[in-house]
Design a protein around this ligand. Structure first.
Ligand code: TA6
Length: 295
């Protein structure tokens, strides 16, 4: 295990909850943020003079091996249920594993973190491939993430991924996503799983779970009740997922208060389903997301 880097000004190692999780508190002239070592998961981000960018459940589990509901969970190396083994964790294992701090630096008040996760016996039991994943996060006026996946094995492997971002809303029933009109959509709630074309903006009317593939993955989440928006600028990503659990599903989620569905929505950027990635041996793939609050 390499020696962790020294922490620059604006970065502190902190406990998360009281079950042994740890993470880092970011506090710079540009922003404050909180990151969990488990999952390399940004839990909170607030640029100076702005509203919080991300939503974190007040009932989120903060315990080893349990997914943390909120912020930006990283779904990797699969999205959704495991393709063939229902015993496997949903959305892959990356959000459940501890990522190592590989580098940290403060540059012109922007704090840059580099977190790494690489294959070990535990991951190979779940997914028999040698990989190294590096998550680079920039904390400035905006929040930016880059995931780099390297195939360190001798055979190609396929994976899917998503930055599963949770955003706060004044009222999810008065919110919409612009930028997906005309895209092909797979409604996860449609038993027939028919693909259809999205007409107009995506709205959250009760439980909403839609996967858009083959898109540019840039879109805008508008919070109409607050007249504000978050622009998602993605590169290397061709899928967007829109999710709100609605009242019935939320009532079944122990880590989410019953009314919380009205104050949040997920707009996720990645490569899922037919956009999944095949990575040859020795190759590296990069996926990036920048979140900009507007106005
Ligand atoms: O991204 C949408 C989705 O796949 C939904 O189907 C729902 O399961 C959501 O992710 C949350 O998943 P999680 O495992 O974090 O509870």
């Amino acid at each position: 295990m390499s020696t962790p880097p020294s922490l620059p000004d604006g970065l502190r190692d902190v406990p998360l909850g009281d079950n042994g999780l740890r993470g880092w508190q970011v506090d710079t002239p540009l922003c404050r943020a909180l990151v969990s070592a488990q999952g390399g998961q940004v839990l909170a981000f607030q640029a100076r003079g702005r509203e919080p960018l991300l939503w974190l459940s007040p009932a989120a589990h903060l315990a080893p091996g349990k997914a943390i509901r909120g912020g930006i969970p990283l779904c990797f190396p699969w999205f959704g249920p495991h393709p063939s083994d229902s015993r496997q964790p949903a959305h892959g294992f990356a959000r459940l594993r501890e990522w190592q701090l590989a580098a940290a630096r403060l540059d012109a008040d922007v704090l840059h973190l580099e977190l790494a996760l690489q294959a070990d016996a535990g991951t190979r039991d779940l997914w028999p491939h040698d990989f190294r994943a590096v998550l680079r996060i920039g904390f400035g006026h905006h929040l930016s993430l880059q995931l780099e996946v390297a195939n360190r094995g001798s055979a190609a492997f396929d994976f899917s991924l998503a930055f599963h971002s949770y955003f706060p809303l004044v009222d999810s029933c008065q919110a919409r996503i612009e930028g997906l009109a005309g895209s092909i959509c797979l409604d996860q709630l449609d038993p027939a799983r028919h693909q259809r074309r999205q007409h107009g903006p995506v709205r959250f009317e009760g439980e909403t779970d839609r996967i858009f593939t083959g898109v540019s993955a840039d879109c805008l989440l508008l919070d109409e009740a607050r007249d504000s928006a978050v622009r998602l600028l993605a590169s290397g990503c061709r899928s967007v997922i829109a999710w709100n659990p609605g009242p019935e599903k939320t009532a079944r989620l122990v880590d989410m208060p019953a009314s919380a569905w009205q104050g949040m929505a997920c707009v996720e950027s990645g490569n899922v389903g037919e956009d999944s990635v095949s990575l040859p041996p020795g190759a590296v793939a990069r996926f990036a997301l920048t979140l900009q609050q507007e106005p």
